[in-house]
Every structure is written in structure tokens, then in C-alpha cells.
Design a protein around this ligand. Structure first.
Ligand code: BTN
Length: 249
């Protein structure tokens, strides 16, 4: 996969710039990346704010796979694995890195990276492209006010040289390229298995906050398309969206 990186000092959100490019250049946007040193309107899932001070990695990448929207949602696991593999290379050996459904990366149960997927469809409702936003706390992290307590690479004992955001971008893009091609060629099955090996809270009680209600149950599995399988008191259900809380946190 070939990437073209467009670097800004300051921007509202890298998601917006990539989206504008995709809308205007739908056939040329595969691999288009916007990175910014800081964001004034960084956003997270469900429109939450992503505080984006200088020192961390903020970028959005556009991909245009020839798949439908359901299949495209598997990409959040593909990207999570890619970043996880890049992090494993630089984290101190005994550090515990886990994936929190659907697309957070935790170190020692603290959030170090968030991934946001936004799909763009054309007027005929066909998928034009997916914009993948990645925020990785290299140096800095919010000390309070986040849903999941946060950390940074430096805070977890990574050396300053390895926590450098440009080096991390290089490492992550190499892994994204590998896992993206792997997924296109071989499908989701193995990606799913690798993700599950590092799933936070597997076979443990979890609480899920959906838009209208809250559910509790045991996190049992991921289905073949990445939905969370939860065993509640009365039934086994599939969850495709929502916030997941672990009972211990
Ligand atoms: C989340 O965990 O809620 C996802 C956070 C995604 C943040 C990144 S930073 C780069 C890109 N630009 C944004 O405005 N958001 C994403």
C-alpha cells in the first residue's frame, strides 16, 4: 500500500481534511494521509472531544476497499492489531498491552491510543471510502475528564527516541500496510483470533452502555464480523455499538 503524507502544524481535525479530499477526489484518495502536530477540534467516538496537544501523533488515513459497509467495519480490528504490533516492538518487555472493544489500545489498563472510523458514502449510498483517525499519546495525556483513564508511551517507560511521533508513524504505517493487505487477501478470521488473544475482559463481566440502556453480562467472544458476543442472565446477545466498561474499572 502506498501512502502520501500531508503534514500540518495545526488544524481543527485531520478527519475533516481527509474527508474533503475524499469527497473531491474519490478515485485518488486510497492511502491519503493528513497528520497534524496539534488539533484544535480533535474528535473521538460519539463526537467526544480528543484533546490534542503538541507531542502526540494525530493522523487520518483514507482507504477505499471494494467492500460493503459491514465488511469495512472489520477494519477497526485490522488497524488495532497493526498499531498493537508496532507498540509491542517498543514497549518494555513485561508491559501489559490489551485491546478494548471495539478499538482502543490499553497499556496497564490505561488508554494510550484511540481509533475512529468514519465511512463516506456517495449519493447512491455506495461506500466511497473509510477515514481512519488515529490518536496516539506519545508524550502527553489528559490526566482527567476521560471515559477511560489515560496514559502515554513515555509514561509507560518507552524511551524518548522510541516514543518520537514521526518514528511511531513510520512503524504504524508499515504494519497497517501489512495487515490491510493480509485482510484483503485472507479475510477477517485470523485477524479476529489475533485480536482476541489480547482482548481486555474476555470471559469476564462487562457493562455495556448502549444509547438507550445499560446491559451487564459476560464477554464471551467476537462474532465473525467483529460484534461483541455477551452472555446476559437470560440470553446471548450481539452488540455492534456502544461503550464497554469493565466491572473492575
Ligand atoms: C476515540 O478513542 O474516541 C477515537 C479517538 C480518535 C482521535 C484521532 S486524532 C486524529 C484524528 N482526528 C480526529 O479529530 N480524531 C482522530
Amino acid at each position: 500500500m502506498e501512502f502520501s503524507i500531508h503534514h500540518y502544524d495545526e488544524i481543527d481535525s485531520t478527519m475533516n481534511v481527509v474527508r474533503d479530499y475524499l469527497v473531491n477526489n474519490p478515485t485518488k484518495s486510497h492511502g491519503y494521509i493528513v497528520q497534524s502536530d496539534l488539533q484544535t477540534g480533535g474528535r473521538g467516538r460519539y463526537g467526544r472531544q480528543w484533546i490534542s496537544p503538541i507531542g502526540n501523533l494525530y493522523f487520518s488515513l483514507c482507504v477505499t476497499p471494494n467492500v460493503n459497509l459491514t465488511k469495512a467495519s472489520e477494519l477497526s480490528f485490522v488497524i488495532c492489531l497493526a498499531i498493537g504490533e508496532a507498540l509491542q516492538e517498543i514497549l518494555p518487555k513485561k508491559t501489559k498491552m490489551l485491546y478494548k472493544w471495539p478499538n482502543d489500545i490499553l497499556i496497564d489498563d490505561l488508554k494510550v491510543c484511540g481509533i475512529l472510523l468514519e465511512a463516506n458514502t456517495n449519493l447512491k449510498n455506495e461506500l466511497q471510502g473509510i477515514i481512519i483517525g488515529i490518536g496516539l499519546n506519545c508524550l502527553d495525556f489528559p490526566e482527567s475528564g476521560t471515559l477511560v483513564p489515560a496514559t502515554s508511551l513515555i509514561d509507560r517507560g518507552v524511551s524518548a527516541a522510541n516514543a518520537d511521533k514521526q518514528k511511531m508513524l513510520d512503524r504504524i504505517l508499515q504494519k497497517i500496510s501489512f495487515f490491510y493487505e493480509y485482510w484483503l487477501k485472507n479475510g477477517f478470521q485470523h485477524i479476529r483470533e489475533l485480536w482476541l488473544e489480547r482482548a481486555k475482559g474476555l470471559n469476564e463481566p462487562i457493562k455495556i452502555r448502549l444509547e438507550q440502556k445499560e446491559l451487564t453480562g459476560i464477554f464471551r467472544d467476537l462474532d465473525t464480523q467483529g460484534a461483541l458476543i455477551v452472555e446476559t442472565e437470560n440470553e446471548t446477545i450481539k452488540v455492534t455499538a456502544g461503550d464497554v466498561y469493565f466491572k473492575s474499572t
